[in-house]
Design a protein around this ligand. Sequence first.
Ligand code: CMC
Length: 428
Amino acid sequence: MPKTAQLILDGQTIELPIVEGTEGEKALDISKLRSQTGYITLDNGYVNTGSCQSAITFIDGEKGILRYRGFPIEELAERSTFLEVAYLLIRGELPTKPQLDNFLGEISRHTMVHEDVKRFYTGFPKKAHPMAVCAAVIGALSTFYQDSLDPRNEASVEFVTYRLMAKIPTIASYSYKHSIGQPFMYPDNSLDYYSNFLRMMFATPCEDYAVDPVISQVLDLLLILHADHEQNCSTSTVRMVGSAQTNLFASIAAGVSALWGRLHGGANQKVIEMLDRIEQEGDSGRTFLDRCKDRGDTTRLMGFGHRVYKNFDPRAKIIKDACYRVLNHLGIRSRQLEIAVELEERALEDSYFIERRLYPNVDFYSGIIYKAIGIPVNMFTVLFAIGRLPGWISQWIEMQRDGEARIGRPRQIYVGSQKRSYVPLEER
Ligand code: CMC
């Protein structure tokens, strides 16, 4: 007998089916509520609303657990690689050696962008934010692959998947090269994914460029940690756009735009700007924390707090350790890391943060690593986007294949004027 919950509304008893996930998460299925009662549910920011059933990523925010396709993030971070994780997310299982070789081969074959794409960059102001440039160029890719835009055609989706995964590092590095006036570097397909990206970012045609394997390893780790995070703002955006059966390029471009926001992926840039400001003001962090707690002040401790995690974000722990490793390797003493650690310690002992269960999130320490390896601050969120791409793609594909999926179209409670008559301009 399927479990139900009873809702008593206007004297009528409504049976709401209970849906239970494989990890014991429970939901009330309200899909027939409006047709049965005329009521809708109201849930600002979707705090209590499940938008889909998904088999990709599991988070237990109370316990600080994150798993991709069942595998704990800690194990993947230690033992896997970003492209293997991308395969796992998109295809559902870890690849065999031939499957992985084929996947890597397909991705490395398509790293170049059409020569005409390069001309777009010259139209953007040099100071353009690279997230804006990336969103625009990714959206524009759909104009080059017009025969592959049908979201229900599996072969087209596979074709676009390889091209997006292959080209995003090229597109991202070109946005940086354009901003500093250096020539674009063609990809070098003999290099691995992250080394190729670093070379396209930092090499010039005039000099040899050697990739530091420790740096490329840490980049790989960061990409793994960012690869998926279930129904966050950008992923929900990608699903929402795709639910109208919009093509994958356009859906991903929308995801990049959503990620840019400072409450989402844009927080990694804001954390470094915050740490810079605290350093310049010579503050130990105490005054800054007071501002964050002040109701009359809109300042927030960037890189802290999470909608789902009410405990340590497991990604933040791994990134903090990696941060020490990279700084040690590079022989850098970072005042920003010291400030971040002080802020974290103070916040975790402060009743304001304790009561609200605010902990460091994925963005708190990542920027310190990016900065140490020479990534410009406005490229931090682009790195997040490169990491999140396989998550977006896998969620979009899952939705397209879900027989229950419908166009995303929330309702509202209208609170505007009631019916009134038009007043001609001269009578107003
Ligand atoms: N600093 C100070 N106060 C905070 C913070 C913060 N970072 N985060 C939440 N609060 C307070 C908030 O003011 C509210 O207080 P009160 O109950 O007194 O009104 C309470 O905690 C609950 O916050 P909320 O804004 O209702 O929580 P939310 O789930 O809607 O927002 C969040 C989650 C991540 C947007 C928020 O914690 C935040 O703005 N954090 C800073 C930005 C950030 O680091 N974003 C990255 C998120 S993780 C990676 C990603 O998704 O990209």
